[in-house]
Write a protein that binds this ligand. Sequence first.
Ligand code: GUN
Ligand code: ZN
Length: 651
Amino acid sequence: MRFEIKDRDAAGRICRFYTLHGTVTTPTLMPVVNPNKILITPQEMKKLFGVEIVITNSYIIKKDEKLKKKALDEGVHKVIDFDGPVMTDSGTFQSYVYGKIKLDPLEIVEFQRDIGSDIGTILDVFGLPDEPKTIATQGVKETLKRAKEAVKVKEDMLIACTVQGSTYQDLREKCAKEMSEIDCDFFPIGGVVPLMENQRYSDLVKVILSCKKNLNPSKPVHLFGAGHPLVFPLSVALGCDFFDSSAYAKYAYDNRLIFPWGTEKLDDISDLPCSCPVCSRLSADELRKLDEKERVVEIAKHNLYVSFGEIKKIRNAISNGSLWELVERRATSNPYLFEALDELKKTRNKAWLEHSEPVSKNKALFYTGRHTINRPIVYRLHNRLLNWYKPFFKDILVFPEAEGKPYSIYYFDEIRKLDDIQVNLVVDSWLGPVPLELDEMYPFAQSVFPSMVDEETKKEVSKVFKKFVKGKNIFYWRGDDTLKELQRKNGLKTKKVLDRDFMRISAVSIMQFGKDASKALFNGEIKIVKSKKTGKIRNVYCNGKHILSMRANDGLFTLKIEGGKLLHKFFKYPKLRVVVDDEAVSFVKDGKSVFAKFVKDCDPRLRPLDECLIVDKNDSLLAVGRCLLNRDEMLSFDFGVAVKTREKNEF
Ligand code: GUN
Ligand code: ZN
């Protein structure tokens, strides 16, 4: 099985998934193809919506003598006339919908293998929400047993082993953990259809998190039976890679149209609120007047256009770093979904999500409402501010949130007056306290808030602010009065102009590399070079050696090899390290990137897009680079780049 991460945001990812019938880009949707009633052929789906993989049902094929014979003789791809990757389901869902069906768990897996399915599914035991725990426990036990049997007979077929466990999070966790120990290739999260049908999105979030936290991160995760785009953004943000949709057809038969914000009955629509080719060509009235067969096909097409449109939006949001924004915006269209986001407020969930959160993004952080303050990037920022960052002086001068950024430009005149006063300058912002030295760092400068925010944000920010200033003397800026007060207080001290540039590189290095990073990096004669055009810090030299560059877009440092040497000498193993296998050493020494396959170990504190030290097993520094994966991922993935090498050590 080959699966690799290409890009990422939140706990979501854009991946390539390789099958014998072609490569698939995820996140994606697999339209369900019913071999008995094909509404739109898979070929046409590929042409119209860019469908790369479809899913069909092996139980339906096996039950029908004609289909079964054709499948065994010519393969499942011929049965549905599609030459791309085909996943098959096992009949679990039919037994959930229609009650007991006669099926041998191993036989149905062998059948899927024999008809040439690219991904076959075990006959998992569908766990109903809130069923008695004894039943759910038994179902998980049986599902695990069947998974263990199935992997033995899969041969070339990839095997999907469904995680069950009803709404019991401990059972979900156990099932996910044990599935990860088995040689399976693909993890559907099963038993969630009733949760979605009843709009129990908080429970859905709980289930996804319990599974994802315990699944091997290097394998694709499929939210089984999720076909409504309403749940796509959040599910992707939590780490789901695949969805499957029979909804597009089911709803079409029922004259219902899918939209990113929900579903609407054709009868209730005056103007089609959509610009897909179907809705561009036809008015609501014209659509209503079509004969039934034609109408169902047109609605099904609209439903798929909308569903794949949403997939594209999600991928685009991942690549520009705005997935949380999309999640929050979509959640406002459904109160239950909106409420489900409250699950992500829990510290344990924030902490888990923070592991996957990139340290920087291409796009500014936009406030969308009360959920924004709970994003993992904010959680990280506050943790580092409270635990790593140390104010320089005992006194703190607080400025109110400003209308312009960066704050040091907005408050330029005030700061100049305070040039020789030993006081920390802090802006009381909607993102929490912002020390002036950090005002260019992502996301402080790269964030947009309205002038007024919700109560929850105010409460959270004020909590952090109180912790931040604890034990310090606080002054609030009221103009010259405050200045005089501070001058009187500072009167006895030597009038030395503060080196705010040095304070900036020092503070940013600590926020980025951890406590004491400034001691490691700036122990010597420091020269700071600024951009002539913008006046911003560009390069930092220590004892004549170029150790860091400050990026203009996010105000964070790019680590040069000379800076890497200083961090390596100062910080003990494993801090900031990625350890590579002997096999990869010569490649890294050549400046080539590190593939996940060759990572032996990694500092658990490294996050995606963190600068890191690439070392061999004796901790000798080979190069500096930028992580694309976190530790769990580096150690699990067999494919793809783990660290982009920036600059090699010259030996
Ligand atoms: N389709 C929708 N939900 C499920 C599930 O839990 N298991 C299987 N095998 N198929 C499904
Ligand atoms: Zn449309």
